[in-house]
Design a protein around this ligand. Structure first.
Ligand SMILES: [Mg+2]
Length: 228
């Protein structure tokens, strides 16, 4: 597949972009609450899960603060921070294999340089990619936990571009987070494609500044030729 524009590199976020993190986290928390069912007092299963999901804020809430907050809210868990973090690190076990995404990435690799630009701990993010069947399809990983710079800092994008020998205007950032992925890339001069559900789009219609918005990562191939 030949592309008409000058786009040379595609930079991908991981959580809720390539990997269905919402699904994996919900499954992990359901399992966690079930395993610790006697630690939540009289609270019902569904309300405990709902409270934890709210604090998680789709993974946006800082992980060490998340751990502290949950342990503070549910003292019955009687766990140390280290124990809870070790448990939390099993989250990738719940990541779904993304067959269709794998096939698309293989096709895109023929025409573009691909890289991962992700916030999070290196081992956790790489493990999510492995369980989704995507880890080996990428050779360039720029993960905040490994390089010490987080999105939306321009520096993380610049490091990725330098490594790919690509100008900002010849690259596209694909992600689901308006501040970290879209604003971060935009201020670096990179083009942007946002993954956002129709519901989210309605809520944030006035704030949308991405060049293109799609519902699902699988629409990416279809819209890439529209970028100029
Ligand atoms: Mg994300």
């Amino acid at each position: 597949m030949k592309h008409a524009n000058q786009i040379k590199a595609l930079l991908f976020d991981i959580d809720n972009t390539l990997v269905n993190r919402d699904y994996a986290f919900t499954m992990y928390i359901k399992d966690f609450v079930k395993r610790n069912q006697n630690s939540f007092g009289s609270k019902c299963y569904d309300s405990v899960i709902e409270e934890i999901l709210q604090i998680d804020d789709r993974g946006r809430f800082d992980r060490s603060l998340f751990i502290e907050k949950i342990l503070g809210m549910f003292p019955g868990l009687n766990m140390s921070k280290e124990e809870f973090w070790a448990d939390h690190k099993t989250l990738p076990d719940f990541v779904r294999n993304e067959y269709e995404v794998q096939e698309m990435i293989k096709r895109l690799k023929e025409d573009y340089n691909l890289a991962i630009v992700s916030n999070g701990s290196g081992d956790m993010q790489r493990m999510k990619m492995r369980y989704a069947g995507l880890e080996s399809l990428f050779t360039e990983y720029f993960i905040s936990g490994e390089i010490g710079i987080e999105k939306p800092d321009s520096k993380i994008f610049t490091i990725a571009l330098d490594s790919l020998k690509c100008l900002p205007e010849d690259a596209v950032m694909i992600g689901d987070d308006m501040d970290r992925d879209i604003l971060g890339a935009k201020k670096t001069g990179i083009k942007t494609i946002m993954i956002s559900s129709a519901e989210n789009r309605r809520k944030n219609a006035d704030k949308n500044i991405a060049d293109i918005v799609i519902d699902n990562i699988l629409e990416l191939e279809k819209v890439l030729p529209c970028l100029i």
